[in-house]
Design a protein around this ligand. Structure first.
Ligand SMILES: Cc1cc2nc3c(=O)[nH]c(=O)nc-3n(C[C@H](O)[C@H](O)[C@H](O)COP(=O)(O)O)c2cc1C
Length: 516
C-alpha cells in the first residue's frame, strides 16, 4: 500500500474507534502477568550516566512553550549537559509514585496513555563538547546514554530527509520511536494512535526545554522510514521511528557516514510473550515514505485547503482575553515539568476565562517543523465543553484561531455528556473545560497522504502537551482522556460534521488529597 492510497488511514481510523459496542465486544481483563516493562534496556552496553540536578533556567514555563525557536545564522552546538537536560525533561523519570502496598512506580516527565511509556529517544550526533560522534540510546531507567554506533552517521539522516535544511545543519538529531507492543498490551490496535499522542506530549517538553536552553529545534516527519529504522537497527515489526528533531545549528556539513551494518545488540525482554496487532504494522507501512524523491515531493506539496471551523461564524464572537504578561506565573519550565502529573480528580471549581485564554494563546503556535504551519492555524479545530469557566456561559464553543475568538455554539450544562464522551469517566464531567481537537481527516490525507494521519495526530498532541504545561504553570490540573469517537462528532454536529477527534484534554482544578 502506498502513502497516496489514503483509504488505509481511514480504514485504520474507523476500525479503532471506541463505541459502546466495541467496548462491550472487547476483552474484559488485562493480562497483568504479561505487562511489558516500561523501558528499552540494552543489556550489553556500558551506561554513560547523565546528571539530573540541573540549574534552573530563567525562562518561565509559559514563555518557554510559546517560544518559536528559529534557526540562528550563527553556530549553536549543544553539549552533553544540554542533551542530558533535553532527554531528562522529555522522557526521564521525574518522580516515583508510592502505592498503598509500598511499591514504587516510576513516573515520567510527560503524560503517557496508561503510564506504559512506550516512546524511546535516540541521539545521532557529530563530535559534541563532552560526547563523541555516534548514535546513542537514552535509557530512562538509569538516566544514561548507551552508545550503539561509533562515528558520525548524521549524513544518513540528511539523505533520509531529502536534505531537510534543519537536519542538514544539525550537530545533533533526536529520533523518537515507539515500541508498539508496550502500549498495545493494553490498548491493542488503538495503540498506533497513542504513538503520536504520547510522542506529542514528550515533544511539547522537548520544545520548551530547547527554548530554555536556547537550542534551535525543528521537528521533522518527512523521512525515508526504512533508512532511519535501519540506522537505529530496530526491528520494524516491534519498534519504528516516528519523528526526528534537529537540535542546534552548525554551518559545517556532516561528513560521509560510515557503513550502516547490522548490530544485533541484545535488549531486555519486554514481557513473557508479545501479541501481534497487524493493523498497527499495516497502518505504519501504509504511511511510510520509501525514497528520497518521495520525501522531497511530500514536503514540497501545497499547504492545506481552507478548512476553518466555519467561514461565517455566529456573531458576536467572544475574543480571547489573556492575562497581562506582568500577571503571569513565572516558575521556570524545569520546575513546572517536575510538578506535572495527570490530574486524577477535578474539583468542579471554575477557572477564569483569562487563564483559559492565556493557556490557549501560549500553546497554539511555535512548533517549528517540516509540515505543521508554525504560525498559522493548526490542522485541528478546537471544540469545547465549558462546565465552569468564570466569564463564559456553560455550553459548547469552537475556537476561531485566526480571529483569536470563541464562537458560542450551544448553551447548557453538559457535564454529564462530557463525562460520557470521555468513556464515562468522571474526569470529563468534573473538569472546568474539555477541549476536543477535531480534524477534517479527508483534507489532511489529501494533502499528506496516509502520513497525514501521523501529522494530524502529532500536531494535536504537541499542542495538548503545551496545554498540560500551561495548566501546571498556573498550578491547575490537566489530563488527556480517551473518547467515544463518533459520539463526539455527533455531539458537536452539525458544526463538526465530517471531523474526527484527534485528542481530548480536560483542564480544571485538581483535587488534592490531604497527606496523612
Ligand atoms: C493522550 C492521553 C490520554 C489519556 N487518557 C486517559 C484516560 O482516558 N483516563 C485517565 O484516567 N487518564 C488518562 N491519561 C492520563 C495517563 O493515565 C497518565 O498520563 C499516566 O498515568 C502517566 O501519569 P502522569 O501523567 O501523572 O505522569 C491520558 C494521558 C494521555 C497523554
Amino acid at each position: 500500500m502506498r502513502n497516496s492510497e489514503t483509504s488505509a488511514a481511514l480504514q485504520y481510523h474507523n476500525a479503532t474507534k471506541h463505541s459502546q459496542e466495541s467496548l462491550l465486544a472487547g476483552p474484559r481483563f488485562l493480562d497483568m502477568a504479561n505487562r511489558p516493562i516500561p523501558y528499552k534496556i540494552y543489556s550489553s552496553l556500558e551506561p554513560i550516566p547523565l546528571p539530573t540536578d540541573f540549574p534552573l533556567s530563567d525562562v518561565a514555563a509559559l514563555d518557554a512553550i510559546a517560544t518559536f525557536n528559529t534557526v540562528p545564522s550563527d553556530e549553536r552546538i549543544p553539549d552533553l549537559q544540554t542533551l542530558a537536560q533535553l532527554c531528562f525533561f522529555s522522557n526521564g523519570i521525574t518522580k516515583w509514585l508510592r502505592f498503598a502496598s509500598g511499591a514504587l512506580f516510576p513516573m515520567r516527565a510527560a503524560a503517557c496513555t496508561g503510564a506504559l511509556f512506550h516512546i524511546e529517544l535516540y541521539i545521532v550526533c557529530g563530535d559534541l563538547p563532552g560526547l563523541s560522534a555516534g548514535i546513542y540510546h537514552f535509557g530512562a531507567h538509569d538516566n544514561s546514554l548507551r552508545q550503539l554506533r561509533i562515528g558520525d552517521f548524521r549524513q544518513v539522516l540528511v539523505q533520509a530527509t531529502a536534505a531537510q535544511p534543519a537536519i542538514a545543519h544539525a550537530p545533533a538529531i533526536m529520533v523518537c520511536t515507539s515500541t508498539f507492543w508496550r502500549n498495545a498490551w493494553k490498548y491493542r490496535p488503538r495503540a498506533y494512535r497513542h504513538t503520536f499522542w504520547d510522542d506529542g506530549t514528550i515533544l511539547a517538553n522537548t520544545l520548551a526545554i530547547a527554548a530554555a536552553t536556547r537550542v534551535p529545534t525543528t521537528i521533522v516527519l518527512g523521512f525515508v522510514d526504512e533508512s532511519v529504522n535501519r540506522l537505529l537497527d530496530i526491528d520494524v515489526q516491534h519498534e519504528a521511528a516516528v519523528n526526528l528533531v534537529a537540535l542546534g545549528h552548525t554551518n559545517q556539513e556532516a561528513p560521509a557516514a560510515p557503513p550502516v551494518v547490522p548490530l544485533h545488540l541484545p535488549t531486555a525482554q519486554l514481557s513473557p510473550k508479545e501479541v501481534d496487532y497487524p493493523q498497527i504494522w499495516a497502518m505504519h507501512q501504509a504511511s511510510s515514505l520509501t525514497t528520497e524523491a518521495e520525501v522531497a515531493a511530500w514536503r514540497g506539496r501545497p499547504s492545506l485547503p481552507e478548512h476553518r471551523p466555519s467561514s461565517s461564524p455566529r456573531e458576536p464572537l467572544i475574543p480571547l482575553s489573556p492575562l497581562d504578561p506582568a500577571a503571569l506565573p513565572n516558575d521556570p519550565i524545569e520546575t513546572v515539568i517536575r510538578r506535572r502529573g495527570s490530574t486524577r480528580q477535578f474539583t468542579q471549581e471554575p477557572i477564569s476565562f483569562a487563564q483559559l485564554s492565556t493557556m490557549l494563546t501560549h500553546s497554539l503556535h511555535s512548533i517549528p517543523s517540516d509540515c505543521f504551519d508554525p504560525i498559522g492555524t493548526p490542522m485541528s479545530d478546537l471544540y469545547f465543553i465549558v462546565n465552569a469557566i468564570d466569564g463564559l456561559t456553560p455550553g459548547t464553543y469552537v475556537l476561531h484561531e485566526e480571529k483569536q475568538a470563541l464562537e458560542f455554539l450551544r448553551a447548557g450544562n453538559f457535564g454529564y455528556e462530557a463525562g460520557h464522551l470521555a468513556l464515562d469517566q468522571e474526569l470529563g464531567m468534573d473538569a472546568a473545560a474539555n477541549i476536543y481537537f477535531m480534524a477534517d481527516l479527508e483534507s489532511v490525507l489529501a494533502r499528506f497522504g496516509n502520513r497525514g494521519y501521523r501529522v494530524a495526530q502529532l500536531e494535536a498532541a504537541i499542542i495538548a502537551g503545551k496545554l498540560y504545561l500551561a495548566a501546571y504553570a498556573f498550578r491547575l490540573g490537566a489530563t488527556g482522556l480517551t473518547f467515544f469517537d463518533d459520539e463526539v462528532t455527533a455531539f458537536f454536529s452539525p458544526h463538526a460534521a465530517g471531523k474526527s477527534v484527534m485528542f481530548l484534554i480536560a483542564l480544571g482544578h485538581p483535587y488534592k488529597r490531604v497527606r496523612r
